[in-house]
Every structure is written in C-alpha cells, then in structure tokens.
Design a protein around this ligand. Sequence first.
Ligand code: BES
Ligand code: ZN
Ligand code: ZN
Length: 496
Amino acid sequence: MEITLSSKPLLQSTADVAIVFFLKEQIKSQTALKAFPAETKTLIQTVIKNCDFRGEPDQCFHVHTQGSPRTIILVGCGEKEKFSAEKLRLALSLALRSANGISAKEVAVSLAFDCGLSFDVITTAIAETAVMTSYKFDMYKTEKKPFVVGTVIIAETPSDKIKTLSSAVLTGKTLGELCASTRALVNTPPDVCTPEYFANHAQKLGKEVGFDVKVFDEKQLKAMNMQGILQVGSGSDHPPRLVVAEYKNGTGKKIAFVGKGVCFDSGGLDIKPASAMDTMKLDKAGASCVLNVLAGCARLKLKGHYLAVMPLVENMPGNDAYKPGDIIVTRSKKTIEVLNTDAEGRVILSDALYYAAEQNPDSIIDVATLTGACIIALGHSIAGLMGNNDSLALAIKNASAKTGEKVWELPMDDEFMEMIKSNYADVKNVVSNTPGSGGGTITAAKFLSIFVQDKPWVHLDIAGPAWASEEYGYQSIGATGYGTRLLLQYALDLNK
Ligand code: BES
Ligand code: ZN
Ligand code: ZN
C-alpha cells in the first residue's frame, strides 16, 4: 500500500475515487463541500437528500461525476463529540472497501477534515487503516481476489506540514504492516506453523529487520529446567522451542514482552470437541504479536531495551503426552499439579514469565489467548487486563485509547489465589473440572502472577479479540493482529 501526502485540493487529485468524511453536524453546515465546484456540490446535495444521508457511522454513498475523480464516496462519521481515531479508522475502512468494490486503484482523502483530531493522529490512522484493510489471508486460494486499492493520497496537506507528517505516514504504515504480519503468522495453518517453523521465521525476521533472536531447542530447554514447556509439548511429534528476541538501542527502560505460543491447541488428553478445536491455530496469537512488536521496535528504531519471550509448543494427545495428575517442577522450582491438559497456556507461561523476570526488566507484559472464560466475560472485541501494578496498567489503558484495541481491567483479589492452591503441589492448573467455580480468567492470571517475581506486570487475555469470525471495519476474517499496535503504541509512548 502506497500512502502519499499532497497539498493539492481533494478533487484535483489523480485518484479514481475521492472519499469525503461527514460528521453529523457537517451534513447541515456542508463545510466539507466549501471548495467544491457548484455542479459537484449539487450532485452531493441530491444524494444527501434522496438517500437520507445523515452522517451516521454506517452510511456510505457513491456520487458519480463526469470528470475526475470519477466517483466521490460520502461516508458518515457520527457526532463530533463522540468522534475518535477509532471512528475515523472504521469510517475509512468502510469507504475503502466500498472503493475496492468498484475497482478503484487510487483513492484520495482530505486532511482538511474538521473533526477535532490533530493532523498527526489523522495521518497515522489513515495510513495504518489503509494497510490493515487491504490485508487478506488468501495464500491458499487458487483464485485470488486481491484488494485493488493500492494508493491512498492524503490531499490538502498544508505544504509546510508535508515534511513532519511524512513521519506520521511512516509510523502508521509500519503499525499497519506489523499488525498484518501478526495476522499472517497466526493464520498460517498448523500443519505448516510448528514450533520449529515459528522459530525459523523469527530468526529470518530478526536478520531482515535487525534484532537478535535466540532459539532454545528441547535439549537446551531440559538443561534450563523448563519442564513446563517440555511437558506440555511432550504429546507432539513436533518438539517445543523457546524463542527470545532482543532489541536494544541507546538507553531507556527494559521491557519484556511475553507471548503464549501454542501452535495448535487440541486440548491434549483432555481433548477439545470439534467445534472448539477448529480455530486453535489462533493459540499462537500472543507469541505472534510480541514477535512483531519487537520487529516494530527495531523498525521504528525506538530507544530502550526490548525483549520478546515466546514459548512455542503443540498441545497434542500423543503417546508421551502430559497427563492429568502429573506434577511439574518448573524452572522457578514451584510445582504445578496438572488437573486439565487443556489449561496448557499458563503451564508454558510459568517458565517463560519466570525467565523474563530473571532478565530483570522494568516491566513485563504478557499476551495470551488464555481462557474461554474471558470471551464469556468480555466478548470478542475486548481483552481482559490484569496485573500487579496500577501505573503499568494505566500506561496500557492509555495506549489502548489511542489504538482502539479495547481492554477492560478485572480484579485480582486474594480469594482467587486461594482457589488454585493444590493438595499435592504449590498450585493447580485449573480450579476444578466440575464447571461452575467461576472467575476462570482471574484464576488463570493469579496463576501467572506467581512466576513474575513481583516485577511490574500486566497480563492481557486476548482469547476474544485475537480472532474475528467475520470481516468488520479494518478487521479481516480470521486473525486480527490484536495487541500488536497496542504494545507498539505503549513503547512509542515510553519514547516520548
Ligand atoms: N486456548 C484456550 C483458550 C481459548 C478458548 C482461546 C477459545 C481462544 C478461544 C486455552 O488453552 C484453554 O483451552 N483454556 C481452557 C481452560 C480450562 C480448561 C480451565 C478453557 O478456556 O476452556
Ligand atoms: Zn487449552
Ligand atoms: Zn490454549
């Protein structure tokens, strides 16, 4: 996707399609049409009247002109008071899909959109939305229907701002591309994306972009006492890996990102039913996210010291699979009683989080498709946020308000820790196999908290938002790339 800045008026661009945003208030005042020629104005006013265009967020109409651009797309943005960067992303993606539907190759939008957001925020949002909306997982389609919009011109950019805003374009493009890379990795089928494939992919990416990648194989994991990772992985013919990526530039905080990397979650011996298993390649969404966040830190040359720790396994019911009743001695020496092999994420994360804490970071942020309970609590668009440090949680919430990747904090009261005490080991990996104990997302987070050694830590349960069962806004069907822009925004904010 090409994004260019131009100071020309919107309707004088070379594009096939011009997109015009309308806040509800602007339907009456028609400030957006101020500079348009009289005949174009009349055409647009006719559509506003005849199609009942009120500037509602889901309204999108085409106006056909005699000249160039051949089509003007009018898109609603809702009330000015409720407008945000996310509303802009949704309005633009709707208009872009609509432009794509009429095979437009070049599309122009105007920066002179009086919506209360800064030029910088608008520009970044336009660039990232264009990139994200054009992504589609079609590698295995023999007949592809590619996204044809290949250029977005940001018109009416004040000429003295073109230089400074080109860095906003670059940031937006990078954020969008990294989100798309996360989607692509998560969408990679489980017959291809084994732990070994993921590790090789990380190594290649590290070479390409310029960050360090270490891969620990089963032998090394044994030597490192990473029995949590090893035992979850023991039921598969594809052995586990631990990948640690690192990027350091100048001085700044040391941040450790940790991501759940279950390349396929069959449930293990506590096998999942078909309806819950068919999307379980998504269970590597956390690891895919943090890998691309690290690539983003390197591409944007952020100051600071960043780590991404990715435990990679397949959770399978093979001959040597771990079993309910097993007691695992983790790297931390804390012991885990396995009561359900489908609660595998917290078991591999016990070693990964402990390893991350050993690196003595200023903060740890983990991302994991950890519990179905989080989908029951918060649905498919919001991640559960938990942790042990209010100021770190606040920094993530602030980043979330900017990127539109929603989070909601759940409480971490002591009684949830009581619920996971084991009769025979230090902790058990599920409260009970009889449904109804409740608080499944929080007890999972409490389990993780044991291994972070009191380092400032936030846990994001992304079981809901990691996957979309239908195309929506800039989201494609399948993996969403959730968390990638969020954590990069967090890192960008640290750099301010
Ligand atoms: N990977 C799943 C969680 C999940 C479910 C992610 C649906 C995305 C969509 C996780 O490993 C799991 O199976 N969790 C169990 C835990 C239970 C056994 C305590 C669950 O949520 O049912
Ligand atoms: Zn599971
Ligand atoms: Zn899982």
